[in-house]
Design a protein around this ligand. Structure first.
Ligand code: UD1
Length: 424
């Protein structure tokens, strides 16, 4: 059954949102939970109920392990019975890439369908493969399947990443956990999700230092412990979407359960736009009269403003009172398919290379539009909240991949939003 999300714009937002656990941390930590050698169970807490997590669980089950998920808590136990990550499952999420590292480390052999995820331009895995090769994995890609074999054991190595890829950094940390000796990852990504993965691996008995800096050292071990409970970090992207929703609609919203440090880049941008942000230990209060100033921003690896917020930030630029805003995405070159949909709503956006120039002082109007990735659909939803009239958005399955109960959370704040099923 196809679904659309329908929004009547123009409502101010007030109230409190409990931010869920991070999608990207959940995927990396679930992969780490598969590294256990002592038969113990790893229990992860604060896991968001989203479809990407469900797919990750299906992959782990298809490999023979036991997984149970209820009430924000996932337990992973048992042994791998297979080294084949089915193409159909791998192609649904980007997080399937982590089984390259995990299977190389635990089984010495892997066959993994090419990872999927958002359609945001080319998403190669050459940095992952180069690092794994350096660690002793003999791997090649053939017909959309990555095949790899470790001749003896993963070996001590120093790996320089040609770009600080989040996925490659996590993948190599996972593989290094069971390698012989020390793996040093230079030019590593510094995202909070990497620190989270490093903390979980440390709790499992792996020596990890430098996570959160550009040099990470992982000392492999034969004994990776289970029998632990670990709570993953809050989702800074979900927090960002609600913060921007409040900025553009006007109102006063408290975001609970966030990690302030992870939201600083966006908080600083909101400040430039004229939004008041009051910081507390694990919450922020956003207050906006909906009158926003134009701005310039570059989406960059952490601690820059996250590329995953680029589409939402573009909506914010369209909602400024006037003037020209500039957005440059230095991470993904082609994350711009959504701008045509925003233009249908009245946005004035010029697109050159990886740069957007967006004119404020326009009024967006509701219409029927569609998005084809998680962050695009959430941005179109934001545009609908700010638009006059009713906006109907196709692509709800993408929202379900990354945002737990986003419709219900927005209704709690006073938005007029509903998901409807369409007769085929
Ligand atoms: C992760 C996140 C995604 C986020 C992105 C950047 C997950 C599941 N997804 O994706 O939400 O937008 O980080 O913060 O955690 N690249 C290569 N070769 C590679 C790997 C990457 O050229 O082998 C390039 C990519 O095309 C892109 C850039 O490096 O231009 C960054 O990608 P990367 O950090 O790897 O993103 P992901 O880990 O895929």
């Amino acid at each position: 059954m196809r679904e659309i999300i329908s929004v009547r714009g123009g409502r101010r937002l007030t109230g409190t949102v409990d931010v869920d656990g991070s999608k990207n941390s959940a995927l990396a930590c679930l992969a780490a939970a598969c590294l256990v050698t002592d038969g113990g169970t790893v229990v992860l807490e604060n896991i968001p109920a989203i479809s990407d997590v469900a797919v990750m669980c299906d992959i782990i089950k298809s490999l023979g392990k036991d997984v149970s998920f209820s009430d924000g808590r996932i337990s992973v136990s048992g042994e791998f019975q297979s080294v084949d990550v089915p193409k159909a499952l791998a192609g649904k999420i980007r997080g399937s890439m982590y089984f390259l590292g995990v299977l190389a480390a635990t089984m010495g052999e892997l066959r993994c369908g090419f990872p999927g995820g958002d359609q945001i331009g080319e998403r190669p895995i050459d940095i992952h493969l180069a690092g794994l090769k350096k660690m002793g994995v003999d791997c090649e890609v053939c017909d959309g399947i990555v095949e790899g074999r470790v001749t003896d054991r993963l070996i001590e190595s120093r790996i320089y990443l040609r770009y600080p890829s989040v996925g490659a950094t996590c993948n190599l940390m996972l593989a290094a956990s069971r390698a012989q000796g020390r793996t040093i990852i230079e030019n590593a990504a510094r995202e909070p999700e990497i620190v989270d993965l490093g903390n979980l691996l440390s709790a499992m008995g792996v020596r990890v230092s430098g996570a959160g800096t550009d040099r990470i050292t992982v000392t492999g071990t034969d004994v990776v412990r289970g029998g632990i409970f670990y709570e993953i970090i809050a989702d800074r992207i979900e927090a960002g979407v609600f913060a921007i929703a409040t900025a553009i609609c006007g109102g006063k919203v408290r975001l609970h359960n966030i990690i302030l440090y992870h939201s600083f880049p966006l908080i600083s941008l909101l400040g430039e736009c004229g939004v008041r942000v009051e910081e507390d230990d694990n919450s922020i209060l956003i207050e906006s009269d909906g009158r926003l100033h134009p701005f310039k921003v570059e989406m960059m690896p952490f601690p820059g403003v996250a590329t995953d917020l680029q589409p939402a930030v573009a909506v914010m630029a369209s909602c400024t009172e006037g003037g020209l805003s500039t957005i440059v995405d230095l991470v993904f070159q082609n994350r711009f398919q959504y701008i045509e949909e925003l233009r249908h709503m009245g946005a004035r956006i010029e697109h050159m290379g990886n740069t957007l120039k967006i004119r404020g002082g326009v009024s967006l109007h509701g219409c029927r539009i569609a998005g084809n990735d998680i962050r695009a659909v959430s941005a179109l939803l934001l545009a609908g909240l700010a638009a006059e009239g009713v906006t109907e958005i196709e692509g709800v399955e993408h929202l379900r991949r990354g945002y737990p109960q986003i419709d219900a959370k927005l209704r709690e704040l006073g938005a007029d939003v509903e998901i409807r099923q369409l007769a085929e």
